[in-house]
Design a protein around this ligand. Sequence first.
Ligand SMILES: [Fe+2]
Length: 370
Amino acid sequence: MFRVPVHVRMQPGCLAELPDFLAQRFPGRLLIVSDAGVSGTAWFQPLQERLPEAMMEAGVEANPRTSTVDAMTARARERGIDVVLGVGGGSVLDAAKAVAMLLRNDGAVASFAGKNRFSNPSAPFIAVPTTCGTGSEVTWVSVLTDPEAKEKISIKGEGMFPRAAFVDAEVIASLPPPLIAATGMDALTHALEAFLARGANPASDALALQAIRSLIQHLGPCVREPSRPESRARVMHASTLAGMAFGNADVGAVHCLSEGIGGLLDHPHGLLNTLLLVPVLRYQMPDIRDRMREVSGFLGAPMPETLLDRLEAMIHGFPLGSWADLGVNPDLFADIARRAEANGSNPSNRRNMTARDYHIILESLQRAVV
Ligand SMILES: [Fe+2]
């Protein structure tokens, strides 16, 4: 099955059309959800000025907490909010998407963890991604952190798709290069894992391959020179295509591991995926070789291993930290591995992955440090 029931605009500069679009299609009391970084950028001010009546919530943290979402929803209810606009990276969009669902469904957000656990479709939610990785603008899922369980929870359902996504590459022109690198690598991970997932289908494959090619060709130049419009647009659009792909096919072991680590230690999602991607794919290679051969063939690389070598070289060129910098204590490996096996996306792996497999990958990363 494949579906993306989202009105998508994907054009540099399209953000200027958003206020009129909202007025025509989704009139009503508007809540803008964002974070301090985004609301302080030069392009945000003019947008806000054209939406003068909107309520603002600009306090979403990285790895948003369930308590943040519950509190924002309570304030939005008091103001009688009808429509939610999320302007930000994955954390902001996931939090805003959950608020839109909660506005039409009573209860704490954690009580809706899982798939289709809520009765009523969300209040209209419009997404404006401001990084080049999340894909949340075209998916039905919101990933939040439960601070008590120190766990990431996923809330998803047919009624949670954004009504519209405005994907404007101009907004990442001012993004710091390390953030472009980390979020772009999250997008590349989405595309590769979607292609390798058991749920892959011809439509998700087409989107995933196109996204992989764009990101391998353009992410490096975009990180080095974000002011170049062509690379910027290719990377930004690839992020949305990858979102459409994994939203239908699912992700796999890289995300299972990174969500296990991120829930415990709060490290940035894109950075974790960047550092885990190649080691996980190398580990899985015996079971994914045929599919990886299709990817490398599409890109003109002679063998899957050649592609992974290229990927590794690309990652080394990025201004990002290493596994050693994360300070993941080996005492946590068993817990992380158990969480990875329990992740809802684990069954999507072509290679059957148990906690032991994840533990072996973590040990190999640690051995490379020592
Ligand atoms: Fe991701």
